[in-house]
Design a protein around this ligand. Structure first.
Ligand SMILES: [Zn+2]
Length: 121
């Protein structure tokens, strides 16, 4: 997942990717200090406390969930109407709206859990 810390030089956020699911795992793999290269304008390389590395909610996950919601809903309505030849009653439409909505919420919750798990250690 994408992990972050603040650059010692420009105090902007540095990001990097790791397969570690928790902070403990990251410390076990990398040790107490981690050398990171600032990917902002300053391009400084420094050692950072592994303890100060944190995970954040991913905007990408949110966008994917939202796109699924925006595309999924009309797609389901269209499928029900054209392919299955359903009578589009209000209850049916409401239930169609629920499906992408629930998927979107599950997407968000999974992302929140991932961040919480990592930051807790
Ligand atoms: Zn920097």
């Amino acid at each position: 997942m994408k992990l972050f810390t603040k650059c010692k030089n420009c105090s902007k956020e540095i990001s990097f990717y790791s397969f570690c699911e928790t902070k403990t795992e990251l410390i076990m793999e990398k040790g107490d200090k981690l050398e990171l290269f600032c990917n902002n304008n300053c391009l400084e390389s420094n050692f950072y406390d592994t303890n100060n590395i944190y995970a954040k909610r991913s905007i990408r996950t949110e966008i994917i969930g939202l796109i699924f919601f925006l595309i999924g809903t009309p797609l389901l309505v269209y499928t029900g109407y054209k392919v299955l030849d359903f009578d589009l009653g209000a209850a049916y439409l409401a239930s169609l709206l629920l499906v992408p909505g629930i998927i979107y919420i599950l997407f968000k919750r999974q992302d929140e859990n991932r961040v919480r798990t990592f930051n807790r250690g």
